[in-house]
Design a protein around this ligand. Structure first.
Ligand code: FRU
Length: 456
């Protein structure tokens, strides 16, 4: 197979020549945004899982760095998070130093003697993330399970605070909350779940506080990814809004319905998984990155030698929406002008009876691939149809039509970002988002809007 430069996005991170999946260890420290990621340093499919590393100062241009934490004969390095231990609670730093500490899941290999065991481990860096040392006391949290992964750690409280770890018990559809004074000893505080979507394993949790509009009120958001069982099919990510007192999370709204549409979803497209947020961002901004892919077909997407991309960085807010219900609002950190990235802003009449098609297509004469976004005012939905988007036959689940609810008014605002093989749609200022991969025969660089069924 040849290389596929035409599919490589410019403002969405890809590894230069290898596989990636979940974002890990998102951390801002000393002017640098760090993006670690699930990496196969030697291949373009999942395997040898290690932590890759990339850095950025603007959240748009990413610079790939050497592998941070490599897999060994004994363990793969599964997903997790990173913190700056500014109080030197773990004691890894010498005078004048700050340790960056990665908290990851040790996934034991057959050679370890306990194949498949999953436990939480540490590695630390004393040179701003360039080189990493495994903690000699690993693992730091082991419950004797083969299903226990993806720790998200953050500091809770002020000087007298403590570390909190949110970690998944995947097959139980639970997340567990642990506390620690020093990152090395952990105490179970509480659990949450099962709740809402449980059609697959729960993975990659995150938990953070956000202000509600500008009311002065603060709520907590718990993100839980699951695979399969997502709203668009395959892997997807849901969220809960509630309160967290430093020990336990309580959701405001737990629906008894079995209808997936009654739950809260981070994204309604097929390709938005494992979103997690940065620790220590300036100005308290809450910024996330997700893996723009779906486990249904991730190992088969038609790119080479790299495979898989991250999403754009999104900034999150909470808003009190119709009926008083709180909802997340997500807006992309957008490139001012990056060659190859197209950003379209359109407004569409979505009052009852109106049906409008937004067609994304190559420049005239360049190709025939296209994506159709249908905004339907009667059903109050937007559907993105990628069945004619180019290469789709590499997997039966790929040629999808993904539908999202319209939560705004009678005019629907769409911000559509097309960047290589990633399409992200932000509806009504980010009340709803829809992310899909596309592999078109020429860049989808033009847009056309017409009453439904008149565009083709
Ligand atoms: C989610 C996931 C995580 C795991 C990692 C392994 O996509 O399955 O639960 O830590 O990928 O690469």
């Amino acid at each position: 197979a040849g290389t596929t430069p035409q599919f490589r996005p410019a403002a969405h991170f890809t590894a230069h020549g290898t596989w990636l999946n979940d974002p890990n260890g998102l951390l801002y420290h000393d002017g640098i945004y760090h993006l670690f990621f699930q990496s196969n340093p030697t291949g373009s499919t999942w395997g040898n899982i290690s932590w890759g590393h990339a850095t950025s100062t603007d959240l748009i241009h990413w610079h790939e760095q050497p592998t941070a934490i490599p897999s060994t004969d004994l363990e793969m390095v599964f997903s997790g998070s990173a913190v700056a231990d500014v109080r030197n609670t773990a004691g890894f730093a010498g005078p004048g130093q700050t340790a960056l500490v990665a908290i990851y899941t040790s996934a034991s290999t057959a050679a370890s003697g306990s194949p498949g065991a999953q436990a939480q481990s540490l590695a630390y860096s004393l040179d701003e993330g360039e080189t990493w040392t495994r903690y000699a006391g690993n693992p730091v949290l082991d419950i004797g399970s083969t299903e226990f992964r993806d720790p998200k750690v953050f500091w809770f409280g002020e000087e007298d605070g403590h570390w909190i770890m949110v970690v998944a018990n995947p097959v139980d559809h639970r997340v567990s909350f642990y506390s620690s004074p020093d990152l090395t000893t952990w105490t179970l505080e509480s659990q949450f779940g099962p709740a809402h979507a449980v059609g697959g394993v729960w993975e990659c949790p995150d938990l953070f506080a956000l202000p509600v509009d500008d009311t002065g009120e603060t709520k907590w958001v718990l993100i839980v990814s699951l695979n399969p069982g997502g709203i668009a099919g395959g892997s997807g990510s849901q969220y809960f809004i509630g309160d967290f007192d430093g020990r336990a999370f309580t959701a405001d709204r737990v629906s008894e319905s079995t209808d997936l549409a009654d739950y809260d979803w981070l994204d309604y497209g097929r390709d938005y998984y494992a979103p997690v947020s940065f620790n220590d961002t300036p100005d308290g901004r809450r910024l996330t990155i997700a893996w723009a892919n779906n486990w249904d077909y991730a190992n088969a997407t038609p790119t080479a030698p790299w495979r898989s991309s991250m999403s754009l960085v999104r900034e999150l807010r909470l808003t009190r929406h119709e009926g008083g219900r709180l909802r997340l609002v997500q807006q992309p950190i957008l490139p001012a002008a990056v060659p190859g990235v197209s950003v379209f802003d359109v407004s569409v009449d979505s009052s009852p009876g109106q049906r409008t098609e937004v067609l994304l297509a190559p420049a005239p004469g360049e190709g025939s691939s296209h994506v159709v976004l249908t905004v339907d005012g009667t059903s109050r939905t937007i559907t993105s149809d990628r069945t004619m988007s180019g290469e789709t036959d590499f997997h039966a689940a790929f040629a999808s039509r993904d539908t999202a609810p319209l939560l705004g008014g009678d005019i629907t605002d769409l911000r559509i970002v097309v960047d290589g093989s990633v399409l992200e749609v932000f509806v009504d200022g980010g009340l709803v988002t829809l992310t899909q991969q596309v592999f078109p025969d020429a860049p989808l660089s033009t847009i056309r809007i017409a009453a439904a069924d008149a565009t083709r």
